[in-house]
Design a protein around this ligand. Structure first.
Ligand SMILES: Cc1cc2nc3c(=O)[nH]c(=O)nc-3n(C[C@H](O)[C@H](O)[C@H](O)COP(=O)(O)O)c2cc1C
Length: 327
């Protein structure tokens, strides 16, 4: 389970990052994998408003943003945006990433394809501002809400701290226990959002390349029951990219797996804290893992690699039936 932190501040070790680190520590203590993107260290071009994504579902700008960032959005179970207030808005590097997420907005609202995890993924806003103005966080709140909606996450909580300006202002207040609520607020937020996710049973779908069958099975399972089960997918010999015909076949069912990428069984297990409750294999060959204490099941499904869209549709429908029966 991944908690993804987005640190929007150019002052990388400032107040926003301090808030973020308090929350990520709560996640780590509960066994979650955490990752932080420091927007200030990225140099993605901003959206140029060309409309290409609304017609094609991909961005016209050929950089690595989709592989680096969209991929993480899709993997994350919970996304935390930590941002200072800059002129009542979000700092420019993070705003560039937000605006480029118009591609995901287009896929969702123009192409009607949804991220399978969007059915349960949550998001949190953490923010700090120097003044005590009445509407200090209003602009940030609106941007965050619609950004999260575009990337398939529901804004489920916020902690906004006004009146902190110097680099260590918030940390000093918290350490002196002057702002006694901040830590308690973080702990409460973590408890409310992370504990239910942590209580889910874990199911891993595994095939050889994690490019087709197991990706499709995981997408269906996440979409149907991601709130009840932590769904993972992996391959015994992970391929380099996900099968584009499988992506197209899943899009026909309204599910978007275009930004997923194959993972090894070892990496998936690590992100699951080393333990899964059930493993469904579909032809991962002699490298099918044995995990003690884990319920194993084998599904006999043909490999969609190199197959026509008609054949992949048949495999996809078969997988859906298997998943529905299992769940
Ligand atoms: C370019 C810039 C614009 C800012 N705009 C605002 C503002 O509109 N309102 C405000 O209260 N504070 C403003 N601030 C202050 C920051 O919000 C404040 O210092 C915050 O704690 C910075 O968080 P950080 O340490 O995570 O970067 C601004 C600071 C900078 C550098």
């Amino acid at each position: 389970m991944l908690v993804l932190g987005l640190n929007a501040s150019p002052r990388i070790k400032g107040n926003s990052n301090y808030l973020l680190s308090l929350f990520l520590k709560q996640a780590q203590d509960r066994g979650f994998e955490t990752k932080t993107v420091n927007a200030a260290t990225t140099d993605y071009l901003p959206c140029i408003g060309c409309g290409y994504c609304e017609k094609n579902g991909f961005c016209s700008i050929k950089d690595s943003l989709a592989e680096d960032i969209f991929h993480l959005f899709r993997r994350a179970d919970l996304i935390v945006l930590a941002t200072p207030v800059y002129f009542y808005g979000i700092p420019a590097r993070m705003k560039a990433i937000i605006d480029r997420s118009q591609t995901l907005w287009s896929r969702k609202y123009k192409f009607n394809i949804n991220d399978p995890k969007a059915s349960y993924r949550k998001a949190i806003l953490l923010s700090t501002g120097g003044s005590n103005g009445h509407s200090l966080f209003d602009g940030i709140r609106l941007t965050a809400k619609y950004f999260f909606d575009a990337i398939g996450a529901e804004l489920a909580g916020e902690i906004c701290c006004p009146g902190v300006d110097e680099r260590n202002a918030l940390k000093t207040l918290v350490n002196k226990n002057i702002d006694g609520t901040t830590k308690a607020d973080i702990e409460r937020l973590a408890e409310n959002l992370l504990n239910p996710m942590n209580n889910r049973k874990k199911i891993m779908f595994a095939c050889r390349e994690n490019a087709g069958r197991s990706q499709m099975a995981a997408a269906f399972a996440s979409n149907i029951a991601g709130d009840r089960y932590d769904i993972l997918s992996a391959g015994s010999k992970p391929g380099k990219i996900i099968n584009p015909v499988a992506v197209a076949a899943m899009a026909e069912k309204g599910l978007d797996i275009a930004f997923n990428s194959p993972s090894s069984i070892e990496d998936a297990l690590k992100s699951a804290g080393g333990k899964v409750d059930m493993m469904v294999t579909m032809g991962c060959g002699e490298n099918c893992p044995f995990i003690p204490g884990c319920k194993m099941m084998e599904w006999n499904l043909p490999d969609p690699s190199g197959q026509s869209i008609e054949n992949v549709r048949r495999i996809r429908d078969d997988i859906l039936k298997h998943v529905e029966d299992l769940l």
